[in-house]
Design a protein around this ligand. Structure first.
Ligand SMILES: [Zn+2]
Length: 436
């Protein structure tokens, strides 16, 4: 029995899926205008680990995991203008980097990766519905969500009205009926990316895409909605308002799962503070993807994680010990003690302690696999000649290319790997690989 902490109810309780044959999980994904940093990588690794646990518990095909790609956004438009290129040049480049970087950390691609620019009709339809139901209104080319029309607004964050207004990032625009109202659709000036809509040429507000994608790909009420702590307000609060008001009050998610920040010293790691370290930097320094993954899992996901040299060094030491103990055993079933620790609100520090205490090589490999670790052979790990995470990253890239029906790229990656002696095998549960 898996237990999860739910931000909405502020307690930990048994996770019972609505439909165990089709468990639905949605995680807010990257805005693709720059390289992801280690703080951005934490939710990718945390929810990848949760996905592995759910598939172990309910079956490989039980889970539908969706993670969106925000590929229209003011920051993307600014980055494109700065380089003098189309926004798609920026978004395609950084989505590719994102998949490479996360693949290096052993993060499997989600089952569905909806892109905002491909979901515009669904977003427009949702806005029209909200206007028709009296939850949204048009003003000066914008469409705004009328926050006072939704009685339960603030239920996730627990903020009162004054805090919400103070927390609104944007200055209160004169066309807002209420200072807490937020943008569903905004006008795009000539020459800026946009789409025709009943309210003129424009583009969606950021919050809208997640509600529209969840409705389209997963349903009105999903089992798990995940993301970083910083998304609780306003992003997730606004997703809830949009979705519940579109769906006669149906809850958007049954469990809200949020991961804590990665800190650099006393500060949160963030682009605006300029103190970011990226997986790409760390890989270039010679750290392996698995080391970074273990370091990210070394603290409980709800706690802050201090990113220090010691955390990385400890992760490397632990992996060396595990690879030595596991030798080249075939992976067996995960040990019950490790499964139990993960089932208790994804207690990865306890799971790692128990993993380190195991002696049977097959149980070590089987248990480590549940955490996305020990994906290389021990010989390769110690010789350092087969960075499995590099192979995984390129498999992730190929899977994404296939999903986008870019078969030329998919074939090129397969051929490049074959030239390096890596053979890919496509099966019903994804792609596996072996060395010739
Ligand atoms: Zn979202």
């Amino acid at each position: 029995m898996i237990r999860l902490h739910d931000t909405m109810t502020r307690d930990k309780r048994p996770f019972v899926p609505l439909n165990p044959q089709r468990i639905t999980m949605y995680v807010c994904g990257p805005t693709v205008y720059g390289r992801a940093h280690i703080g951005n990588a934490r939710p990718a690794v945390v929810f990848d680990t949760l996905a592995r646990l759910l598939r172990h518990e309910y079956g490989e095909k039980s889970l539908v995991y969706a993670r969106n790609v925000t590929d229209v956004d003011d920051k993307i438009i600014a980055a494109a203008e700065a380089e003098g290129v189309e926004p798609s040049v920026i978004t395609e480049r950084y989505e590719r980097h994102y998949l490479e970087d996360m693949g290096a950390l052993g993060v499997r691609p989600p089952d569905i990766a909806p892109h905002a620019t491909k979901e515009i009709p669904q977003m427009i339809a949702m806005v029209e519905r909200l206007i028709g139901l009296g939850h949204a209104y048009e003003a000066e080319g914008h469409v705004l969500f009328a926050v006072p029309s939704h009685d339960d607004y603030g239920e996730l964050s627990g903020r009162d009205r004054d805090q919400m207004i103070a927390g609104a990032r944007v200055e209160v625009a004169p066309y807002k009926r209420d200072p807490a109202d937020f943008v569903l659709w905004k006008p795009s000036p000539a020459g800026v990316v946009g789409w025709d809509s009943p309210w003129g040429h424009g583009r969606p507000g950021w919050h809208l895409e997640c509600s529209a994608m969840i409705e389209r790909h997963l349903g009105e009420t999903i089992d798990i909605h995940g993301g970083g702590l910083d998304l609780i307000f306003p992003h997730h609060e606004n997703e809830i308002a949009q979705s519940r008001c579109s769906h006669a009050g149906a809850p958007l998610a049954r469990f809200w799962v949020h991961n804590g920040f990665v800190d650099m010293g006393a500060e949160k790691m963030s682009k605006s503070l300029g103190n970011v370290i990226t997986p790409a930097d760390l890989l270039a320094q010679g750290h392996r993807g698995e080391t970074l993954r273990l370091a990210l899992l070394s603290a409980h996901y709800r706690q802050p994680l201090s990113w220090t040299g010691e955390v990385i060094a400890q992760a490397k030491t632990n992996l060396d010990r595990l690879y030595r103990a596991a030798r080249d055993a075939e992976g067996g079933a995960p040990d019950a003690s490790v499964v139990e620790a993960l089932s208790d609100d994804l207690n990865t520090p306890l799971a790692l302690t128990r993993l380190m205490a195991l002696h049977d090589p097959a149980a070590i490999r089987g248990s480590a696999a549940l955490l996305g670790l020990l994906q290389s052979s021990s010989a390769d790990w110690f010789q350092g000649n087969a960075d499995a995470s590099g192979v995984e990253a390129r498999i992730a890239e190929r899977t994404a290319a296939k999903a986008a029906r870019d078969f030329a790229t998919a074939d090129r990656i397969r051929d490049e790997l074959r030239a390096e002696g890596v053979v890919l095998e496509d099966g019903p549960n994804g792609t596996t690989w072996r060395r010739e």
